[in-house]
Every structure is written in structure tokens, then in C-alpha cells.
Design a protein around this ligand. Sequence first.
Ligand code: FMN
Ligand code: SF4
Length: 650
Amino acid sequence: MTAGRYRYLFSPLRVGPVVLSNRIVFAAHLTNYAEDGHPTAQHAAYFEARARGGVGLIITEEHSVHPTDWPYEKLIHGFDESVIPGYRRITEAVHRHGTPIFAQINHNGGQASGMYSRLPVWAPSSVADPMFREVAKEVDHREIAEIVAGYARTAEHCALGGFDGVELQCSHSSIVRGFLSPATNLRTDEYGGSLANRARILLEIVAAVRQAIGPERALGVRLCGDELIDGGTTIDDAVEVARMVETTGQVDYVNTSIGVATATLYMIEASMHIPPGYALFIPSALRKAVDLPVVGVGRFKDPIQAERALADGHCDLIGVVRGQIADPDFAAKARSGHAEDIRLCLSCNQECVGRMGLNRWLGCIEHPRTGRESEPDVSPRRPGRRVMVVGAGPAGLQAAIAAAGRGDEVTVYERADAAGGQVRLAATVPNRAEFGDLVRNQLAECARLGVNVKYGVDVDADLVLAEAPDAVVVATGAVPERPYWAPPDGTQVVDVRQVLDGSATPEGRVLVVDEVGFHHATSVAELLADRGCTVQVVTPGMVVGQDLGVTLDMENWCVRAAAKGIVQTTDCLVTAVAPGSVALMHHPTGQPREVAADWVVCAVPAAPAEQLYLDLKARGGIDVQRAGDCVAPRRAHAAVVEGHRAGVAL
Ligand SMILES: Cc1cc2nc3c(=O)[nH]c(=O)nc-3n(C[C@H](O)[C@H](O)[C@H](O)COP(=O)(O)O)c2cc1C
Ligand code: SF4
């Protein structure tokens, strides 16, 4: 499909005083790139990469409007005028490519704690947020006026910093959301009760911000279409608020969102378990009610899907956030007719959302450059070196991409008849298929770079020496480790990989042992429950699949597990396995327990498959690197980062 065939996606649109060249928006998202409340050179380089990649509009992460709002360490302090030089660095970098950029401004209200600010958090009512669990200070009228003034002051800083517009985040984590929602606004004064009263602060902020930025900058309002909480706002409220916002005559567009950041965050940044298009009903309803341009957001992964939403009239603009975190050239590739070259986001949440929750800078599991754009890229070396990569898992393929990108002639050798290693197995599980796009994307990039991939070849040191490459990357992965408590000869105890590759087919009562705390145990538990097994997952941890919380997969796993009758047992270690039963120890009390089970499936730490690397080192005389699980078995991001590092270090 060529650019001309994206009739809607690449058509221009006027948003108030700003003309966008296409409909793709890099909507607001935290990056944790700020330092001491200030934007950094990394912000500028990050946004510039997406501007260069052809996006129609960039909206930055939120900037705080008041010192009482400091829910996480690396929040930009927009209320402080010392941010202006950093703003200018960002806007100049983005404007070099003719791309407009808006700043999102916000006060998170009660969805915060005083951990950083050492101040009480401000909210419409003294309601404790379910995640921060801190009771808020109910703001009085003087404090409301202070907040409104903070929005205006911050908007003025944005204008001085060169932003083309300002967006008010009133959607999923905001004091304005707090006022709009009957679940968090219990007031009986003129800011509580009716929807008109609950929207009063929003309209005051709109008026103050418009006055601060003047008519030559755009003003947008981001609204939540359904909070998905008891007593929260719903689509009917959102439609009414959008009408009120339009009636002011001061707002140029409406952006949308779903969920509340602290109670239903897993719906805002939905993982692959939630189908694409799940939030489209929101812009669709708003667009019918107002004439302002409406932005639709939520799991837009590819340009064809975005084009469809526009063509069907659901929205005027498409937010593509994770899609452009993964591939800064998303828009340019679609426009030039190379949509199949887009590095599709996996909606895995591992390195973007996941790292935010851990207070780390934003990255991407698939793209080692995300978050490191301000660092110099490696320059291409003179071509001609022959590189051999052993293993076509994520580490090996990324090493091949990095080396071939520098001009090396690369051949990848894979023992199996398909690429992907453990990623390929992980993607065989229902609802996890998108994880397999990691390998699809890598293979597509290898093909573009002329990498030769040979399947069904078992590589040993003799073969490497016979091939006599200039350099070798060993990426041979990991092998399952049999736990000490497993009987040596028993077929009754198997690894998750054996279940996924079909070499073991447990039946009846199955105990899944989760010692790694991620998708391994939960995926296989679901798979076996779907096949009719009676499944129990046991973990020594406090919850099964502990890190599913980090990727926002925990809530839906618990719902699915309950629906499938999967029993979750925590705080227990396996101590022995006998035919038909497994002995456990409840470690907080030391008490023994017994579980009836016909099969035990292990999700336990693996062992590095490092023999080839050690053999080559022992033989000497060859430039050899290793990457990924054959160094130390970890998750896919480590394989990709290390593969990249090995490929450029050759
Ligand atoms: C890491 C991350 C941080 C986010 N932070 C914000 C934010 O500061 N303000 C906001 O309005 N939305 C924020 N969002 C929500 C996004 O704007 C968007 O609604 C969400 O990612 C769904 O779009 P996508 O499926 O294209 O990623 C964030 C999203 C991500 C992935
Ligand atoms: S880490 Fe995963 S969800 Fe996040 S942008 Fe990258 S591929 Fe998408």
C-alpha cells in the first residue's frame, strides 16, 4: 500500500491555529528523562527522532503546574520558569523537521503521594487513592484559584519555550479528573454535585490557559471516556463535558483516554491481552457530539488499522504511542509504502510502561536506541568482514542486525528449523501471539540488511574454525535446569518449554511451579486449563507471576485464572515429588503440605548453553563474543540489548 492509498492518514488537518501534515499523533507519555524537574537533551533527541520519522503532531509528557504535584521523581516542574531553556531545546529540535509540538500540563491531584514534595496532596475531596493510599487535603477556594493560576503560569512557560500548543490532561490522572468524577468529588459547594459544577474548575482552567497562550497557539483537552471504576465517569459524562468544552469556543481539539491511572491503569496502556480497538467507542461517541477534531488512542499498532478508524469516522487523529516508541519511523515507513518494514510494537509493556513503574528511563524491548537517542550512534565501519552468528533467537538476530548495519557480511546459523528460540515458544500461547512479532520484526530487518540465515545446522567449534569467519557471536540461549527436588528419571516432572513445544502433554491434575515470576508459569497454566487439566500454580513468592504487575497483566491474569478454575498457592516451596503427589513447605510457618498432582510443570531458572563459547575460547585465535541467555538466562530485553552490544563491538 503506498502513501497515496492512505487517503485519510496522510491528509492534513487544521487544529485551531496549527496545521498538521498528517493524522498520526505521538500522544503524551512519561519518559523519566527529566533531571531535577528539568527537560533534558535526551528529551530533545527522543522527540526529534519521531519528528524526523514523519509524525504529524507530538504531545510531550505531562508537566506539573504546582509544587503540591510531585507523584514520581522525574516529573517536569512546568510551574518553575527555569524549565524554559529546556523547552526551547525540545521545540527547536522538533521544529527543524517542520513538526508541531504541544506540551501536556497537569496536576495529578489525589493520585499522588507527598513522598517527593513533603506536602499534603491536593484533591477535590479527602478521598484516598487506591494505589497511593494517601488521604488527600480537600482544596478550599483559595487553593482552587492557586491551581488555576498554576495552569496559566505553566502554559505561559510553554508558550515562551516555543510549544505550538498546550494540552490539559483531564483524563486518567489529574485533579480535573478528580473533580469531574463522582467517585472522587464528594463536595457540596459550587465545585461538586451536578456535572456542570464538577466541570467548573476545568472551564476556569480553559479560560485562564487560553488567556496565557493567546490565539496563536492550540489548546486541547484530554478526557476520560470511561473510568471503569464504581461510581466513576462514563461515556455519557464524557460526551457532555466535551460539549461544554466546545461551547467555550476556546478549545481546538479533544483527546481521549480510558481508565484511571491508579485503579484501572491496565486499560490505559493495554497489553496484548486486550484486543486492538478496545477504546474506539470513546472518540466515536465524542465525535458525534462535537465538531472539534477528536483524537482516538489505544493499541493502534499499524497504519492500516489507523486508516480504517479514520475512514470509518471514529476519530480525526490517531494516537500512536507505543507504536512510535518501538519504531520512530512509523509514519515515514507507512507514507513511503513500506508499512511491512515497521517494527511493530508488541504491547508487551516490558521496557516502556514497565520501566516507568520502576523509576527508570523509558526504553523499548525491541529497539535498543529508544531512550539513548542523545548518545552518538555507531558509525558504519568499512564493509568486508565475515561474521558468523550462532543462534537465531532475539540475541543472535539483534547481533546480526547490528553487525550487518555496520557493513559486515553476516550469516546466522540456527539449529532448529525456525528462528526465535524461546520467544517463538512463548508466542504459541493463546493471547501471547503478538510477542512473536519481536522475531518477525528482527527477521524482516535481517532480510533488508542482507543477513543470510541458515536453519537446521548444529554448530560446533570445528565448524566455526572450518568456516573461518573474521568474528563470531555465540547466542546459543539457555537450557532447562531440572530442579533438585525432581526425581531423576521421572517423566512426571517437565519444563514449561516441553509443554509449549509439544514434547510433553500433561493431563489430569497438574501443578505448575512458578519460580521466575513472569509469563512462563501463568501462560502454561492457562494453556493446560484450556485443554481440560485441573491446574494449580504454586510459588515461593507472595503472588503468582509477580512481575505481571509491572507489565499491567496482573489484573486480567487473575480474572482469567479465576474463570478457568486455576488455583493460586503462594509462599510455598516444593520439597519432593512422588507418584500422584507433591510435597510443599509453607515457608512462613515451616509447615508441610501435600498436593495431589499427576504432573509437575516447572517454570524455574534455566542454565546458560555456553559450551560452544567456552570451546571457542579454549581453542583461541578467533574473535568471539557472546550475548543473551548463554551469558546468563534473563528476559528478552537483555538478549536484544546484549545482541546489539555484541554486534557493534565486533
Ligand atoms: C510509558 C507511558 C506513559 C504514559 N504517560 C502518559 C501521560 O503522561 N499523559 C497522558 O495523557 N497519557 C500517558 N500515557 C498514555 C498514552 O498517551 C496512551 O493513551 C496509551 O499509551 C495508549 O496508547 P498506545 O496503545 O498507542 O500506546 C502513557 C503511556 C505510556 C506507554
Ligand atoms: S516495550 Fe513492548 S510495549 Fe513498549 S514500546 Fe516496546 S514493544 Fe511496545
